[in-house]
Design a protein around this ligand. Structure first.
Ligand code: HEC
Ligand code: CU
Length: 353
């Protein structure tokens, strides 16, 4: 019975572990597969500390095993008291000096990287982009400083150059975590602006999460960073500036949807460049990787979101039942044709394995 239970238990343990670990392999959400300057630097630090830990572990375990075997009590030795040693200068020097060296090997690159990641020396240079990031329960807003464009849930950046982020929160603490490009930075309510920078090496769509428990839908507070070439980024700015919120959609259903949207939804949402509202900016909504950061961008999901957002993100600040089912469908037709730029459409997305 016991044996069977034991076997079952380890099977269960390994099964669970395998499940948990399989969640760690997403290409575009992994600190272990860096695609940017900061994440590469951070991975190097992790590898140095792991190497040092393994080194210490192996040496200590080797000595431990050696002592266990070499100095164990032998058959006829019961009455013998071994030679008593009180202190050994050489040994003490060794086990003080070696850890100091190890700590230095760890400290020097860590301090260097800390200063490097906090560097803002080029932020005010010409042509350097700063994005003002705001964390909200449960969505992210991005305002491209001096560019007169803004976006929500999805941040567009050019590859191969530093983009600075000036970060804050509108309500409670959040944390912006973008493991494959950079690290993690808290966003604080109030006057304190935290900063970091992103430098993506490759074009692509990178996934991010909020990592500061901020309410019931904290775990659903996702965002995407779309890195495009510098030329495409120029094009994107142009396209975004030209968004006309009043542009007439092609189908009758979408035209109706636009009317209802302008009546019932514009108090919180914006299309085109506008200061941050109560809800996300929906410019270019049709190009989004996800609805509300989490849902596959299908019409069905969108209608379901519009009629009952709370079902998808408990506790979020969008009211339910503002419109009936048919109006929701018309609005969905309208929103799903807000396709104002081709930029980023062919950026490689996360491999779905
Ligand atoms: C009281 C303000 C408010 C009103 C009115 C409102 N919304 Fe929202 N809406 C929000 C907030 C806040 C969110 C973000 C929810 C979240 O992700 O936590 C949101 C999210 C959304 C999203 C997902 C956005 C994204 O970035 O992917 C859609 C789509 C949406 N709303 C559509 C509508 C429609 C359509 C209406 C009108 C019927 C509407 N909203 C009315 C506040 C509002
Ligand atoms: Cu959050």
């Amino acid at each position: 019975m016991r044996g069977w239970m034991g076997k079952f238990r380890s099977l269960f343990l390994f099964g669970t572990l395998a499940l948990i670990l399989s969640g760690c392999g997403k290409d575009n959400l992994s600190a272990l597969k860096p695609k940017g300057y900061s994440s590469e630097l951070i991975l190097d630090l992790m590898l140095i500390s792991i190497a040092i830990m393994i080194f210490v572990f192996v040496i200590v375990m080797a000595i431990y095993a050696f002592v266990l075997v070499r100095y164990r009590q032998k058959k006829d030795d019961e009455d013998i008291i071994p030679k008593q040693v009180e202190g050994n200068k050489a040994l003490e020097v060794i086990w003080t000096v070696i850890p100091i060296i190890l700590l230095l090997v760890l400290a020097v690159p860590t301090v260097q990287a800390t200063f490097d990641l906090a560097d803002r020396s080029t932020q005010d240079d010409d042509g350097v982009l700063t994005v003002e990031v705001t964390g909200n329960q449960y969505w992210w807003h991005f305002n491209y400083k001096g560019e007169e464009i803004s976006s929500s849930q999805e941040l567009y950046i050019p590859t191969g150059e530093r983009v600075y982020l000036d970060m804050k929160a509108s309500d409670v603490l959040h944390s912006f975590w973008l493991p494959s490009i950079a690290g993690k930075m808290d966003t604080l309510p109030g006057e304190n602006i935290n900063t970091m920078y992103l430098e993506a090496y490759e074009e692509g769509v990178y996934w991010g999460h909020c990592t500061e428990l901020c309410g019931p839908s904290h775990s659903l507070m996702d965002f995407r960073v779309v890195a495009v070439s510098q030329d495409e980024f120029e094009q994107l700015k142009e396209d975004f500036r030209n968004i006309d919120p009043e542009a007439k959609p092609e189908t009758d259903s979408a035209v109706e949807g636009q009317k209802t949207f302008n009546n019932k939804c514009m108090s919180c949402h914006a299309i085109g460049n506008a200061p941050m509202g109560v809800g996300p900016n929906l410019s270019n909504f049709a190009n989004r990787e996800r609805i509300a950061g989490i849902l596959e961008p299908t019409k069905e999901n969108l209608v379901s979101w519009i009629t009952n957002p709370d079902e998808h993100k408990p506790g979020n600040k969008m009211p339910a039942n503002l419109v009936d089912e048919q109006q929701a469908e018309e609005i969905a037709d309208y929103l799903l044709q807000l396709d104002h730029t081709d930029v980023g459409e062919d950026a490689p997305t996360q491999s779905e394995e």
